[in-house]
Write a new protein. Structure first.
Length: 655
């Protein structure tokens, strides 16, 4: 009760006696914990009462499904980033989630630790600031910038043990797409650690923004503009150096109108022949702005998909505040072009080359394909490559994870339902994933986890080519190529009577065993390809000692783990070279990744290693953004020069 009184007294004292913004801790020129302004809004604008319990609301299963559908393409793009981010922060207890512009949690990555999981932070919960007061997601969306909410900064005392960091993400045309959220329930969390997580979240959102922008403008040259201080910006150019796209940072940097950008790049910069001469090869050089004092380092990336480079880009014309119409609008051809083909999946490994040869023989036969292999070997990527090389490439690819959907929803999600089939059902019904895949490919991931009762319905569909949505009253014919995947031993599941033997025989038209990463003979080639992908056009290389560490690791997480390790190393590496310490995988890096992932968050080793790596990466990136200026770097990081010098020495950084 005393803690509740202290919390209320702090809120009302802060709101009634506001301090100058400059008196709060700043990062990047912004107040990184803007609780004072948020508390004022909560009381004066939202009419909330901190003495009451938090009125947290949540969408029902059907409402959540409908809401997620609006952001399905964006969630696909965000998936890898959420995985990478979770791999970086899980050892210090944090969960990672993605929220819609309305503040609804759509997806999450978590260990669901009983000690550190934020129970209120589940998918479907609504975290709008005008409903639940000051919180990471809601306040970040209200202020349209990165926000940290540390313990008692929350408006309601119900969440006073939570530490949250959230940062908005923006689409290729500067439209708000939602927010990345990191949260932990830990009343002992140190503020310095929380500040580091704030920086990690910012960089994660920037990477996600950039990934979406580059995918949207694959057919155009993309120029990354890095100012002396502040966030890098992106513009897309056509062959005549006309600006056809600009992200939110570019619009702010160049003073563009909020409407769809246009005009020549030379309307903003002094003419430079290098931008024209290097149109077909990557290049980096300095550009001088027409506005006094503006100088940027321009990094040019040629069109990634030259086959569609001549196609015009439709301009949607969304303003930054056009939230109702802000939806993912990424072109299907560009998205498909980013998927590796069978040759890329196979590499030079003999088993995978045999798999590719077999798949090419059966791809056009409508024979079901069953992919078997450990978690993380890339079964989903292989399924997409099969679709890409089949005659159904221009038709839908519908993925359905049998383990990710609650058992009570699998029936309606997979098979669909008719109008008014049950309470809460959509008036127009739901076609279901089987019907959505008509003419294309249905990928049933984690098929070994499908409930036994529903296996009979699936078997009937595969045998007859007909599906009966719940409450629809009539059959619908579907033409689908089925690809199923599992990491489970289906023969043992059959013996245990948890998987139907007749369904197994129906799915096992062509059985493909995907080898684990430790069994593959082409590790070096995979490392090089995944490193190039993680570097996203930057010149980053492995030194020989780091490559040796990668070769000797046993890779329990397979290709997915290798992706995470390289992704993290790219962020941490100094001077464009990845060294053993940057990998965090052996004696050089404090501990192996798989050991770190298994270590409880409350124990010291893994958490300290993760925080140290994050801190090193944050300092290196801030120093690069500050152009080597220590005072500017300290301001970006919100610390004194003395503290910064001490940390530079501790991490062995050189500038």
């Amino acid at each position: 009760m005393n803690l509740q009184r202290e919390h209320l007294a702090r809120i009302f004292s802060t709101v009634e006696n506001p301090r100058p913004v400059s008196s709060y801790a700043m990062v990047d020129g912004n107040e990184w914990r803007p609780f004072a302004a948020s508390w004022t809004r909560c009381i004066h604008s939202h009419g909330l009462d901190p003495a009451k319990s938090a009125p947290l609301t949540a969408l029902g299963p059907t409402e959540l499904h409908e809401h997620r559908q609006s952001y399905e393409e964006w969630l696909r793009i965000a998936g890898d980033e959420l995985d990478h981010l979770f791999a970086a922060v899980r050892v210090i207890g944090f969960s990672v989630s993605f929220a819609s512009p309305e503040g609804v949690i759509l997806a999450e990555r978590s260990d669901y630790s009983k000690d550190h999981y934020c129970e209120a932070d589940r998918p479907g919960t609504v975290w709008s600031e005008n409903i639940v007061g000051t919180n990471g997601v809601g306040t970040a969306l209200a202020e349209m910038r990165s926000t940290a909410v540390y313990l008692g900064d929350h408006f309601y005392a119900d969440f006073a043990n939570y530490c949250c960091v959230a940062t908005p993400v923006f689409g290729p045309e500067a439209e708000l797409m939602g927010a990345i959220n990191l949260s932990v329930c830990n009343p002992l969390m140190q503020e310095e650690t929380h500040r580091l997580v704030y920086g990690i979240a910012q960089r994660s959102a920037e990477r996600l923004d950039e990934r979406a922008f580059r995918e949207r403008f694959r057919a155009h040259s993309v120029v990354r503009l890095t100012p002396r201080a502040g966030r890098a910006a992106l513009i897309a150019l056509d062959v005549d150096q006309q600006i056809v796209g600009a992200d939110r940072a570019a619009r702010g940097l160049l003073g563009m109108a909020e409407s769809t950008p246009g005009g020549s790049v030379w309307s903003y910069f002094e003419r430079d022949r290098r931008l024209v001469e290097n149109g077909t090869t990557p290049a980096s050089f300095e550009l001088r702005g027409l506005r006094a004092g503006l100088r940027v380092t321009a990094s040019l990336t040629p069109p990634l998909d030259r086959a569609i480079a001549a196609r015009p880009v439709a301009k949607a014309g969304h303003s930054l505040d056009d939230r109702d119409s802000a939806r993912p609008r990424l072109p299907a051809p560009a998205a498909a072009a980013a998927i590796p083909d069978l040759d890329a999946c196979a590499g030079s490994d003999p088993r995978m080359l045999n798999n590719a040869r077999l798949l090419r023989r059966v791809i056009g036969s409508r024979l079901p394909i069953l992919l078997l292999g450990e978690t993380g070997v890339g079964k989903d990527t292989l399924a997409r490559a099969i679709h890409l090389e089949s005659e159904r490439a221009g038709k839908p690819f519908v993925a359905f994870n049998c383990a990710a959907v609650p058992e009570t929803l699998i029936d309606s999600e997979l098979f669909g339902y008719g109008s008014g089939a049950f309470t809460g059902a959509r008036r127009e019904g739901n076609a279901g994933r089987l019907a959505e895949a008509d003419g294309g490919v249905l990928f049933l991931d984690e098929i070994g986890d499908m409930p036994y009762a529903l296996q009979t319905r699936l078997l009937r569909v595969l045998e007859t080519g007909e599906v009966m949505p719940l409450g629809a009253g009539k059959m619908r014919r579907v033409d689908i190529q089925v690809i199923a995947a599992t990491n489970q031993d289906l023969e043992k599941r059959i013996a245990a009577r948890t998987f139907r033997q007749d369904l197994y025989y129906r799915l096992a038209g062509a059985v493909i065993h995907v080898p684990s990463l430790r069994e593959r003979t082409d590790l070096d080639g995979l490392i090089d390809r995944l490193l190039a992908h993680a570097a996203e056009g930057r010149d980053i290389r492995l030194d020989p000692a780091a490559r040796s560490v990668l070769r000797s690791h046993r890779w329990p997480g397979n290709v997915r783990e290798l992706k995470h390790v390289l992704f993290r190393a790219v962020q941490i590496a100094n001077g464009g070279v990845i060294r053993p310490a940057d990998l965090m995988m052996g004696h050089e890096g404090a501990m192996a990744v798989d050991d770190a992932l298994d270590e409880p968050a409350e124990t010291g080793g893994a958490a300290k290693a993760a925080v140290a790596a994050a801190e090193r990466g944050a300092i290196a990136e801030a120093m690069e953004r500050a152009g080597g200026n220590v005072e500017a770097c300290a301001r970006l990081l919100g610390m004194s020069r003395a503290t910064l010098y001490r940390k530079i020495r501790r991490h062995g950084l050189e500038f």
